[in-house]
Design a protein around this ligand. Structure first.
Ligand code: SF4
Length: 376
């Protein structure tokens, strides 16, 4: 079982916090779609005939693609890959692109899961983040998708946004999100990356990030409110009603292979990772010459151990120490015995049988804790 990720590197405007690969110039859109179809064809054997379970349009802003463009990409996938009878086909969409007509056209292409980039329902904060939609559009598009029959909806929310009233706004955002009745919510702490507008503002002293205690409080509010509303906290940043997990993202965390198509997309075939060039013009030019502009890295044992620890510790299923012992020749229970005891004493983790899981408190520190177990 495998997945395909398609990176659509265009956005209407640059959100001030975003460091994903995208361009606000959409002139190359048609050429880019043609190049991605070419890449799909050239890479048809990358997944060695495995059945495709999930297809994910990410970005960037895939909701900028027309129905014909989406159809052509999906047709190319069906032409060259074996796709399961009921695949999960997700598309990231921004509220300003969604209306009844657009949602119906997405549904007609076979999209059966929407991941909507709402971020906040507060108009002041939406402007501050330089989002292209307002709060009314944010709620309306979810209702319209539900009315149209797309029930598998995820929304993205951001917390720890600098604002004098940040905690009250976050409480309201959580209540509004829960009230929409969506089965999946992804939520991220606002981080200030150097290559963004916020990164520049930070250098110039124009922005002051939220202090760690407030960010931790927001994370606690997130887990409390959503678990009380019946969501499972199944990954550090992801919450789902029972069985409504993102099948695509879960397969990343379960070390399943995937093909990433488009500029900056990554692929993974269990033994190596491949990274496409993060430049639209270079990507198109290479594909026009039947070349895949990717850098390949063969994963060492340490890479595989560290990735396994990092990804599994973030999930509710935890890190299976027997998997590490059997497949990667690492007896973590022995080599990290002291650390694991300390984590349990601090209330950060539990060890039950061979499965190491982080508590809610531990999840707040997930990446730092995981890196303490990394090997060279
Ligand atoms: S957050 Fe999304 S919409 Fe905003 S610039 Fe980044 S990719 Fe584009």
């Amino acid at each position: 079982m495998a997945g395909i990720y398609l990176h659509i590197p265009f956005c209407k405007q640059a959100c001030y916090y975003c460091d994903f690969h995208f361009s606000t110039n959409t002139q190359l859109k048609a050429d880019l779609v043609a190049a991605m179809r070419q890449e799909l064809q050239l890479q048809k054997n990358y997944l060695q005939g495995q059945t495709i379970e999930t297809i994910y349009f990410g970005g960037g802003t895939p909701s900028l693609l027309s129905q014909a463009e989406l159809d052509s990409l999906l047709e190319t996938i069906y032409q060259h890959f074996s796709v399961t009878a009921q695949p999960e086909i997700s598309l990231e969409a921004n509220p300003d692109d969604l209306n009844l007509e657009k949602i119906r056209s997405l549904q007609a292409t076979g999209i059966n899961r929407l991941s909507i980039g709402i971020q906040t329902f507060n108009n002041e904060n939406l402007t501050y983040l330089h989002r292209a939609h307002n709060a009314t559009q944010a709620s309306l598009c979810v209702q319209q998708a539900q009315d149209t029959g797309i029930s598998n909806i995820s929304i993205d929310l951001i917390y720890a946004i600098p604002h004098p009233d940040t905690t009250r706004i976050w409480e309201q955002d959580l209540a509004t999100a829960i009230g929409l009745g969506v089965p999946h919510i992804s939520s991220y702490c606002l981080t200030i990356e150097s290559r963004t507008a916020f990164g520049n503002w930070l250098k110039n002293g124009k922005i002051k990030p939220i202090d760690e205690d407030t960010a931790a409080l927001h994370f606690e509010m997130l887990t409390d409110r959503l678990t009380a509303a019946g969501f499972e906290h199944y990954e550090v940043s992801n919450f789902a009603q029972p069985e409504m997990y993102s099948r695509h993202n879960t397969s990343y965390w379960q070390q399943k292979p995937y093909l990433g198509v488009g500029p900056s997309a990554h692929s993974f075939d269990l033994v190596s990772r491949q990274y496409n060039v993060a430049n639209n013009a270079q990507y198109i030019k290479a594909l026009q010459q039947n070349e895949i502009p990717a850098t390949k890295e063969i994963l060492s044992r340490a890479d595989r151990v560290n990735e396994y620890i990092l990804t599994t510790l973030r999930t509710q299923w935890g890190c299976d120490l027997s998997y590490l012992a059997t497949n990667l020749d690492l007896n973590l229970a022995e080599t990290a015995a002291q650390q694991l005891q300390q984590w349990q004493a601090n209330g950060w983790a539990t060890l039950s049988g061979n499965v190491l899981k982080l508590t809610t408190q531990g999840k707040l520190l997930a990446d730092g804790l995981a890196s303490d177990l990394f090997i060279d």
